[in-house]
Ligand binder design. Structure first.
Ligand code: TXA
Ligand code: MG
Length: 336
């Protein structure tokens, strides 16, 4: 067991400490605008291996490489395609990850032996400052234990990885709250492998979009999508707005489901229709889909802390960020 420190990312000294650990081949957790990442020097295969050990991550699941400039992209990608260039210009810095052909020099540990590499330039200032200070790109998956909800606060990382990593850089709550949109940019058509805040609609306004997607039932092209994900310990059940009202009414009639600890996660508007004071616990996901994205993983973790057995979550329309929300929720519910 090693001691896990938490340092304030707004303090320059913390970033100096973090970058010297990373330079010496250690792993460090840091904030991004999407979720917290567990970083290591992407050019050091032995350092990258430590990420897989700390997370308990399957070896065949490749990592995203975080850069602080487009020059860094040229060090790790063989070629920046026209489609990638357009998307990078529009959405970087930000929550979009592009897949390109990898340079041979990039260690196989990062890409799990694939010939492609996933690259992202985050907009979070602490992340950007840390990568610049390091001077090398950071390979970083989400900083949770494998299969647990991604961390959107430093304390979530601490809960999962204490004793396993030397340092967590604290940058407060993540703005977006869901992982980046992953797009394969190697071909004439772009494929969305994982939905995120940057929506299919926004991407197709710039580049031709391929029809095959992450959920077309074929062998997953984004290897991580095949694993169980985002799972709290309680059972997640997705219900429509009207089903939630019915559920809450029946819950009262059945006198609290024979004592099964239950919570409802929904937007305020939906929760306001659930008026029974002895009913299930209500956890607000805010007012908008963007609020819900930012709060979802923390809410799922809250349910775990309370030993909630049944977690009812509102269904969202699968447009805009709603597609990403439903993708994570369906995985948490074990539906896919
Ligand atoms: O927002 C994010 O993307 C966060 C923050 C930390 O940047 N990172 C993140 O990493 O979500 P991770 O490892 O949890 O998810 C990376 C996803 C996985 O589904 C992985 O399989 C996929 O990207 N991926 C990585 N490299 C790939 C590649 N070369 N080809 C296809 N999919 C790839
Ligand atoms: Mg992850």
């Amino acid at each position: 067991m090693i001691e896990t420190k938490i340092l304030d990312g707004n303090d320059e000294k913390s970033l100096v400490t973090a970058s010297s650990l990373l330079t010496s081949g250690e792993v460090v957790a840091f904030p991004t605008e999407t979720v917290y990442g567990l970083g290591a020097n992407a050019l050091n295969g032995a350092a990258v291996k430590k990420i897989f050990v700390a997370k308990g991550r399957p070896q065949d699941n490749p990592l995203i490489v975080h850069v602080s400039s487009t020059e860094m992209v040229e060090e790790i990608a063989e070629e920046i395609t026209e489609n990638a260039r357009k998307l990078m210009e529009k959405f970087w810095p930000g929550p979009l990850t592009v897949i390109l052909a990898k340079k041979k020099s990039l260690p196989d540990e990062v890409t799990a032996g694939l010939t492609s590499v996933a690259i992202r330039l985050p907009s979070n200032k602490i992340a950007l400052n840390l990568i610049s200070l390091c001077g090398f790109p950071l390979a970083a998956p989400s900083a949770n234990l494998s299969a647990r909800p991604s961390p959107t606060e430093a304390r979530h990382v601490f809960c999962d990885l204490k004793g396993k990593i030397p340092l967590i850089v604290d940058g407060g709550k993540c703005d977006v709250g869901l992982e980046s949109t992953v797009v394969d940019c190697r071909f004439s058509e772009v494929f969305v492998l994982r939905p995120g805040k940057i929506s299919r609609e926004e991407i197709s306004a710039l580049v031709p979009l391929g029809e095959k997607t992450f959920d077309d039932g074929e062998a997953p092209r984004s290897p991580g999508m095949k694993y169980r994900h985002y799972s709290p310990r309680g059972k997640v059940i997705l219900l429509s707005e009207s089903e939630i009202e019915d559920f809450a009414r029946q819950f009262m009639e059945k006198n609290g489901e024979q004592g099964e600890k239950t919570a409802i996660l929904a937007l305020d508007e939906v929760l306001s229709a659930v008026t029974n004071p002895n009913g299930p616990k209500k956890i607000s996901l805010g007012k908008t889909c963007e609020d819900a994205a930012a709060r979802l993983f923390a809410a799922l973790r809250l349910c775990d802390e309370d030993d909630t057995e049944k977690i009812i979550v509102q269904k969202f329309n699968k447009t805009g960020i709603g597609e990403a929300l439903m993708n994570r929720l369906e995985k948490a519910a074990g539906e896919k």
